[in-house]
Write a protein that binds this ligand. Structure first.
Ligand SMILES: [Zn+2]
Length: 233
């Protein structure tokens, strides 16, 4: 059983503002370490649940956030950008299930830390075959094309609810309760590591028992309108 741990940074333990997730900012170094800890908790949980192989995709900004020197050595890390599958790099290597770690809600969500869809300056909203989509929707559909179900998500309460609403009955680890776009009640890493570990373990056990959510497969005929802002990117 091979698991892809697809990561982003906005939904990582303790993150509430852009400074925390922006390379070059003094605060960023702290949150790289916390991101690595959240990922390691997911790796431990996956292994304890019975996963045989684990591949991690670093999906935030330039894909170079996770500290490889602190990575649990039982996983391999896809780092850097651009890569063919972007936030889902490694998906085409026989993956049996996908975790979303550190994910965030779609653009325009209430009570959602750093809500956006791909770009907070260029994209207002995106629809995938008439379903309003977050990054999790697009990445879940890509995984579905490869017959891999999404098994779990970690992040704030809003992204966890959105993923369950759209993608299916996945395991969740709510690491913070957002009360706005830049404010949340955060749990300590000691607690969130435990929540992520437990959700990951349950997720892989369910996959083994054939009790996991179905792959999120979309109609082959894809429509993909979006509305955006004028921007220079
Ligand atoms: Zn990100």
């Amino acid at each position: 059983m091979k698991i892809l741990i697809a990561t982003d940074m906005e939904g990582i333990t303790g993150v509430t503002m852009w400074d925390h997730v922006t390379p070059g900012h003094a605060e960023y170094a702290r949150f790289r370490r916390l991101m690595t800890q959240d990922v390691n908790a997911a790796i431990r949980g996956a292994i304890d649940g019975g996963a045989g192989e684990i591949i991690v995709a670093d999906g935030h900004w330039n894909g170079s956030n996770i500290l490889v020197e602190e990575l649990d050595p039982r996983a391999k890390l896809n780092s850097g950008s651009p890569s063919p599958f972007s936030m889902m790099q490694g998906l085409d290597t026989g993956v049996g299930g996908v975790f979303f770690i550190g994910y965030h809600a779609r653009q325009g969500s209430q009570n959602a830390i750093l809500d956006h869809t791909w770009s907070d300056t260029c994209v207002a909203n995106v629809w995938l075959n008439e379903m309003i989509a977050g990054e999790y929707t697009l990445n879940a559909a890509l995984a579905g094309h490869y017959n891999a179900p999404v098994l779990m998500v970690s992040g704030d309460q809003t992204v966890c609810a959105q993923v369950r609403d759209q993608i299916g009955n996945v395991e969740v680890a709510v690491v913070k309760q957002a009360s706005g776009r830049f404010a949340a009640e955060c749990l300590a890493p000691e607690i969130t590591s435990q929540l992520i570990h437990e959700a990951a373990q349950r997720a892989v056990k369910r996959l083994a028992k054939k009790d996991a959510p179905k792959p999120f497969r979309r109609d082959r005929k894809i429509t993909f309108p979006f509305c955006g802002y004028a921007c220079a990117e």
